[in-house]
Ligand binder design. Structure first.
Ligand code: NAD
Length: 388
């Protein structure tokens, strides 16, 4: 039913434009919008709420075409013959998603003759070369806040499944085995443990809020910005200015900052040496913030007891990616899943609606929300990405 490239020709969209568009409005001009989304397959055909898929197209095709715009949707994003490379050349707007990132590199952006706006359907625009986008005066926006609760819940779940040694316990049951001591020898309570977050923004703060009922010992955070005193008090958070000091005091470290030049490879072999022996690390921010080999090695040696998350340095992750199968010395400690924490059906409804709002603002010449703005007027605007 769905071709690999889900698009209608410009010609086929014109009659719709005539019947629905209001000709007086300046935003009835036709433009080319390209969306690179993940393929949803049978699941997307059966579940229309999977809006962020090639099949369901963020739910905006009818609306865009009714305005006379051309809308091209594909999952083909790698290499010179991809739909991304082919269509970016004359697209005015490119929509991408962190879940199946269309990497908007310097080389690719330099081929874009008409590009004015990149929209991230979700949160996290590190797959866009923000420096090149600002040099080329291409605005970059994302749907800030759209999935932060979804991710915070996933972080808390991941902390619990590592600390309580859940995954091998379930696998044991599926195998037909029953050996309680094998699991209990490395299962603990979350109560009384110290949790440190790298980044205490929307997600990091929500994680700390959600940990409060577990009677954790202390919450630490490492961030450019200090939280207001009231906000710190509410989640029992203490800022630690030196990252090495923070990880040295934490039983569990969770990564909740964006990926940018200052955070790429931040959790590397050197920093991992400063972690408490047998600590847990949860990263749902971006794979490349943690060094691939250093993490695998730290888990293998037991320096880390567990690593969990849903983000990978390349997505989709290659079949032989070490994070798929890495284990601690007891054959456990891996809570890795595909990138889905921020794409629950609730989140998809929010980021699809937010994408449409950004497009509406753009088409009507209305100001965008400052919190959604990553690059604007030739400058990196967002403080979280190093903007001033
Ligand atoms: P946010 O902007 O609200 O918070 C990010 C925080 O990180 C800010 O407080 C910022 O000051 C801090 N920060 C930036 N650079 C830092 C550094 N070098 N050291 C310490 N702190 C630093 O963003 P958010 O909504 O909380 O999202 C955070 C990140 O989570 C996103 O950028 C994205 O990469 C990731 N994310 C993942 C998913 C998913 O599905 N896995 C979904 C949404 C967001």
């Amino acid at each position: 039913m769905f071709s690999r490239l889900a698009t209608r020709s410009v010609a086929s969209s014109r009659p719709l434009a005539r019947s629905f568009a209001a000709p007086q409005q300046s935003w009835s001009r036709g433009m080319k919008v390209l969306a690179i989304l993940y393929r949803g397959g049978d699941a997307a055909k059966q579940e229309p709420r999977l809006l962020g898929t090639v099949e369901n197209q963020l739910g905006i095709r009818e609306w865009l075409e009714s305005q006379g715009h051309e809308y091209i949707v594909s999952d083909s994003k790698e290499g010179p013959n991809s739909d991304l490379a082919k269509h970016i050349v004359d697209a005015e707007v490119v929509i991408t998603t962190p879940f199946h990132p269309g990497y908007l590199t310097r080389d690719l952006l330099n081929t874009a003759k008409n590009l004015k706006l990149c929209v991230t359907a979700g949160v996290g625009s590190d797959h866009v070369d923000l420096k090149t986008a600002s040099q080329k005066n291409i605005d970059v926006l994302e749907v800030t806040g759209s999935n932060v609760t979804s991710v915070a819940e996933h972080v808390v779940m991941s902390i619990l499944l590592l600390v309580r040694n859940f995954v091998p316990a379930h696998e044991m049951i599926e195998r037909g085995d029953w050996q309680v001591s094998e699991i209990a020898r490395n299962a603990f309570d979350l109560e009384g443990k110290t949790v440190g977050t790298i980044g205490a923004g929307r997600i990091g703060y929500r994680v700390l809020e959600r940990l409060m009922p577990f009677d954790t010992k202390e919450h630490l955070y490492y961030d450019f910005a200090t939280l207001p005193a009231e906000a710190e008090k509410k989640v029992r958070a203490r800022r630690v200015e030196d990252l090495k000091e923070m990880v040295a005091q934490s039983d569990i470290v969770t990564v909740n900052c964006p990926l940018h030049e200052g955070t790429r490879g931040l959790v590397n072999a050197e920093l991992l040496k400063h972690f408490k022996k047998g600590a847990y690390l949860v990263n749902t921010a971006r794979g490349a913030i943690c060094d691939r080999e250093a993490v695998a090695q730290a888990l293998k040696s037991g320096q880390l007891s567990g690593y969990a998350g849903d983000v990978w340095n390349v997505q989709p992750a290659p079949k032989d990616h070490p994070w798929r199968t890495m284990k601690n010395p007891l054959g456990a400690g891996n809570g890795m899943v595909p990138h889905y924490s921020g794409t629950t059906l609730d989140a998809q409804a929010r980021y699809a609606a937010g994408t449409r709002t950004i497009l509406e603002n753009y088409l009507k010449g209305k100001a965008q929300k400052p919190e959604d703005t990553i690059v604007k007027d030739g400058k990196i605007f967002s403080k979280a990405y190093g903007g001033k």
